[in-house]
Ligand binder design. Structure first.
Ligand SMILES: N[C@@H](CCC(=O)N[C@@H](CS)C(=O)NCC(=O)O)C(=O)O
Length: 280
C-alpha cells in the first residue's frame, strides 16, 4: 500500500500488464531495489490498448513494458532493468567483476532470446488458452485501423501486422510449439550445467541475470511445463531457493496462472486504473 510520503519520491511511471513476462522482469527489479513507481496498466489482451496511437508514440514496437522516468522513456525489459539498477539507490544488481559481468550479459541475452511469447500463447490450456490463440483477428483489425488512421505511423503498424501474423502462425501450430519446447529444454540444460552448485548466475549476489531467469522459470511452471523444468535438477533447486525471496510476491511473479488477476484484467476491473504502487 502506498504511503502519502512515498508519492513525492515517485518520478517513475511503469506502463505494464500484470500477466506480461517482460513486465514481471521489470517489476521484480523495482521490488529488489525497493523503488516505488506509479503503475499504469496497459491492456495487451484482445482489447490491445498497446496498439493505440498514444502508446505507439511512447513505445514504437507497441509492447509492454515502458518506463518513464523524469521525462525519459526507456523501453525493452533488459534495458529497463539495467537502467533501474544504474539510476536508483538500493542493492546493486549488476555483477561486481568484469568476468562476472560478461557471464551476466550472456545469460541476459539467452533469457531474452527464448521464444516465450509464442510458447505462452501456444501452450496455455483451457478456454483462456483457446481465446488467446484466436485473438489474432481482433489484433489485426485494430492494427489495420491504426495503420489506416495514422499514415505517419503506417510503417510501425505494418511491422506489427507482419509480426502478429508470424506469432499466431507459430502459436497455433502444435508441431512448431513442440519444437519451441525442445529449444527451451536445450537452454535449460545449459543453465543446469552452469548453475551447478553456484548460488547465483553471475557473481556473489542475486543480480540482473537472476531476475530475468526467475521470471522465465516461473513462467515455464505457469505454462504447465513443470516436468521440463524439473528434469534439470540444478535449475529446479536454484528456483526453489530463489522463489523464497519476498520480492516475487510484491512484484506479482507467479508460477501458476493467476486466474483472478487475468479475469479482472479481461473484464477491465483494474485496467486503465492509474494507481500508485510501492514495489518495496
Ligand atoms: N523485448 C521486449 C519484448 C516486449 C514484449 O514482447 N512484450 C509483450 C508482453 S511480455 C507484449 O507487449 N505483447 C503484446 C503484443 O505484442 O501485442 C522486452 O523485453 O521488453
Amino acid at each position: 500500500m502506498v504511503k502519502p510520503w512515498d508519492l513525492y519520491r515517485m518520478p517513475i511511471t511503469l506502463f505494464h500488464h500484470p500477466g506480461s513476462l517482460c513486465s514481471q522482469k521489470v517489476r521484480l527489479a523495482l521490488a529488489e531495489k525497493g523503488v516505488p513507481f506509479e503503475s499504469r496498466v496497459v491492456d495487451i489482451g484482445p482489447r490491445a490498448e498497446n496498439y493505440e496511437r498514444w502508446y505507439a508514440e511512447l513505445n514504437p514496437r507497441m509492447v509492454v513494458p515502458t518506463l518513464v522516468h523524469d521525462g525519459r522513456v526507456v523501453t525493452d525489459s533488459a534495458r529497463i532493468v539495467r537502467y533501474i539498477d544504474e539510476q536508483f539507490a538500493g542493492p546493486v544488481l549488476r555483477a561486481e567483476t568484469d568476468e562476472a559481468r560478461s557471464i551476466e550479459d550472456a545469460w541476459i541475452a539467452l533469457a531474452d532470446s527464448l521464444p516465450l511469447r509464442e510458447l505462452s500463447y501456444g501452450t496455455l490450456r483451457g478456454p483462456f488458452g483457446w481465446i488467446l490463440r484466436h485473438s489474432d483477428r481482433v489484433r489485426l483489425r485494430k492494427l489495420e485501423r491504426g495503420r489506416d488512421a495514422n499514415p505517419d505511423l503506417a510503417p510501425l503498424y505494418q511491422a506489427r501486422i507482419d509480426d502478429v501474423r508470424q506469432w499466431f502462425e507459430v502459436s497455433r501450430n502444435p508441431r512448431k510449439v513442440s519444437e519451441l519446447v525442445d529449444s527451451v529444454n536445450a537452454t535449460l540444460a545449459k543453465l543446469d550445467a552452469h548453475i551447478g552448485q553456484r548460488a547465483f548466475i553471475a557473481g556473489a549476489h542475486y543480480g540482473l541475470a537472476d531476475i530475468l531467469w526467475t521470471v522465465v522459470i516461473a513462467r515455464l511452471y505457469a505454462l504447465g511445463l513443470r516436468s521440463t523444468v524439473d528434469a534439470h535438477r540444478n535449475v529446479a533447486r536454484y528456483f526453489a531457493r530463489i522463489e523464497q525471496r519476498p520480492s516475487l510476491a510484491r512484484a506479482g511473479v507467479w508460477k501458476s496462472v493467476p486466474w483472478g488477476v487475468i479475469l479482472r484484467s479481461l473484464f477491465r476491473l483494474d485496467a486503465n486504473a492509474t494507481r500508485a504502487s510501492v514495489a518495496s
